[in-house]
Every structure is written in structure tokens, then in C-alpha cells.
Design a protein around this ligand. Structure first.
Ligand SMILES: [Zn+2]
Length: 172
């Protein structure tokens, strides 16, 4: 089941999310719904607060090539345990900030730790687009958006555009 994605500005996108304690059926359903919502958008990552759930849960799949095998990953309580000195720049976007893109500089590689839906702990290193995507999604769990890395002027400009978009959507 697809869920609706919150659009910035929304107070729920600015909250720090709560660690997941138990893998419940509701959490499994949420993960499935989030993957469906992400693929449908289409996007490469989605965090629970973007669908209004304040849990530390993200989903991602950065395989973009047509015909390549998808790699959906659900991460509960994801943590970055180490990151590279080396940085990389990607033009980022966000499903909660539609049609707005800007270059963001982040560590090029990260070591991650997370729990899966079977309660199993994973550790893995990510580079390239995957590294940028996990950092962007973990930011969401701490109430942070990619526009926070931009100048105040650029951030305000994008926020005003989103306020206008929300007014238009509310009018129908
Ligand atoms: Zn985002």
C-alpha cells in the first residue's frame, strides 16, 4: 500500500526519531509500504518520518540501471560508524522537497551498522551514490534535510516554493 509523503515544511520532518526496539508486524508492513512508495515516486531512498512515522527506519535502493537487479534494503536503527576523509559532491533531491535539486558535499564512503527485519545486525561499507543516499536518509531520522547544507538564502527560496506548492495541493 502506497503511503503519502509529507512535503516540507512540516514539523514532523524536523523531529528526532525514536530507536526501534522490536520488529513488529506493523513495522514489516511499514517497510513494505515505504519501498512501494519509494519505487513508485520514483526515488532511491525514503525515511519513516517522510510518511509521518517517527521511527528510526529507512529504506533504499540505489541500483538505477535499467534491467539491473534491484537491491532493496531496509535498515532499522542505522548508524554511521566511520566515514572517509575524502568527500564527494552529488546533486541531491528529496521526495519531501519535490523538483528541487542542489549539490551537497558529504564523506565519499561510510561504514554502516543496522538491524534488518529479522533482527539480525549488519555491518557494511558504502561508497558512491549509496554513501550519499544513506547519509541523506539518516539525516531525516535526526530532523535534518539536504537544504540545511545550503546557504540560508537558497534554503528560504526552496522553502517558499514548497509553501506555495502545498497551498496549491491543498486547493486541489
Ligand atoms: Zn529526503
Amino acid at each position: 500500500m502506497k503511503r503519502s509523503i509529507l512535503i516540507h515544511p512540516d514539523p514532523r520532518l524536523r523531529k528526532v526519531c525514536t530507536p526501534v526496539k522490536d520488529v513488529t508486524d506493523a513495522l514489516r508492513k511499514l517497510s513494505q509500504d515505504m519501498l512501494e512508495t519509494m519505487y513508485d515516486a520514483p526515488g532511491i531512498g525514503l525515511a519513516a518520518p517522510q510518511v509521518g512515522v517517527m521511527d528510526r527506519l529507512i529504506v533504499l535502493d540505489c541500483v538505477k540501471d535499467e534491467g539491473a537487479t534491484p537491491r532493496p534494503i531496509v535498515m532499522l536503527n542505522p548508524e554511521i560508524t566511520a566515514f572517509s576523509e575524502e568527500k564527494s559532491v552529488y546533486e541531491e533531491g528529496c521526495l519531501s522537497i519535490p523538483d528541487q535539486f542542489a549539490d551537497v558535499t558529504r564523506p565519499a564512503e561510510v561504514e554502516m551498522r543496522w538491524m534488518d527485519l529479522d533482527g539480525v545486525e549488519h555491518q557494511e561499507g558504502f561508497g558512491g551514490l549509496w554513501a550519499t543516499c544513506v547519509q541523506h536518509e539518516i539525516d531525516h531520522l535526526d530532523g535534518k534535510l539536504f537544504i540545511d547544507y545550503l546557504s540560508a538564502m537558497k534554503r528560504q527560496l526552496i522553502t517558499r516554493r514548497m509553501q506555495k506548492l502545498k497551498r496549491e495541493l491543498a486547493r486541489g
